[in-house]
Write a protein that binds this ligand. Structure first.
Ligand code: NI
Ligand code: MN
Length: 227
């Protein structure tokens, strides 16, 4: 798998020749100025919840790439109202089979209102399964015992966890989440974009290390490879 970080909670992931894009928030992100939105490839756009820092560029990228948007019922209806045509609506607990692997929507503890005030349904995370490996994308969430279900459900090879605190869990709770999901290989997200979620990157990495876990912070616009 090839993983490219586009800032905040937005990642592009290539699996089996297909391109997944998570929570596009690029044009409003001052840290992601180097990212050229029109060069982003997407076959699937996964949206964890309705907040603007997860959905701001979804409409534009969905229309330009014709990617299938995977999101909850309420967000799907909202995007359809804006003219997005290729949408697959799910809800927490559901699983779908796609051409590159499977996606299961899992619980997140967070809110989900849409930017114009429309009700955005419930926030979700995703477990992605493929023959290249399985990963968990937590979205915005608090630490929750529900994460233990994820660890029991599948062997998670690596996980995207929010670490910025204030709006989501922070570093200390993300370290506990590793034990719940039985995975010690973490890619950090939802940090440094705004003042309220600024962290000390090196302190976060060494805290994980001291607890026997690995935190990767990918520089924006860079790609790493995971098998
Ligand atoms: Ni949020
Ligand atoms: Mn957020």
């Amino acid at each position: 798998m090839k993983i490219t970080y586009y800032g905040h909670s937005c990642f592009g992931i290539e699996i089996n020749g297909r391109f997944l894009l998570f929570d596009p928030f690029i044009s409003h992100n001052s840290l992601a100025k180097a990212v050229n939105i029109s060069s982003i490839k997407a076959d699937y756009i996964l949206i964890s919840h309705g907040h603007i820092d997860h959905i701001a560029d979804a409409e534009v990228i969905a229309k330009s790439t014709k990617a299938k948007v995977i999101c909850n019922w309420e967000i799907g209806n909202w995007l359809a109202g804006k003219g997005v045509q290729n949408i697959h609506q799910m809800n927490t607990g559901g699983k779908i089979k796609l051409d590159f692997g499977n996606i299961k929507a899992v619980a997140a503890v967070h809110s989900s209102g849409l930017p114009d005030g429309t009700y955005g349904g419930t926030a979700m995370g995703f477990v992605v399964e493929s023959n290249q490996g399985n990963f968990y994308y937590a979205g915005d969430t608090a630490l929750t015992y529900d994460m233990k279900l994820i660890g029991d459900y599948r062997k998670i090879d690596f996980a995207f966890l929010p670490i910025g605190d204030n709006f989501t869990m922070g570093v200390d709770n993300a370290i506990i989440a590793c034990d719940f999901i039985k995975c010690n290989d973490i890619i950090g997200m939802h940090y440094n974009t705004f003042d309220a979620i600024k962290i000390n990157d090196n302190e976060a990495i060494s805290k994980f290390e001291r607890n026997g876990k690995n935190l990767t912070l990918i520089p924006i616009n860079e790609t790493i490879i995971k098998t």
